[in-house]
Design a binder for this molecule. Structure first.
Ligand SMILES: [Zn+2]
Length: 76
């Protein structure tokens, strides 16, 4: 199996669930870049939508107005 990022060699590995000290599952890890693939990542990527090529956002997805995060002048 080759890495989807760098085409490096991927080897089987055992991954630990960070939320539980007892759960573990098998996955793949790239020897070159460290990319990790597990069944959850694979399932999520199948459902990932391709970005629109013209850069347009879908209707109703505009971000809320940015406010309240103004940079303070810290000159003394
Ligand atoms: Zn890689």
């Amino acid at each position: 199996m080759n890495c989807s990022r760098c085409r490096g060699l991927m080897v089987g590995t055992v991954l630990l669930d960070t939320g539980s000290s007892t759960d573990s599952f098998s996955g793949w890890q790239c020897l070159q870049c460290g990319e990790v693939i597990d069944p959850g990542i694979t399932a999520n990527r199948k459902h990932h939508l391709e970005p629109r090529r013209n850069g347009a956002r879908p209707p109703g997805s505009l971000p809320a107005k940015a406010g309240g995060a103004k940079r303070k002048n810290m000159n003394i």
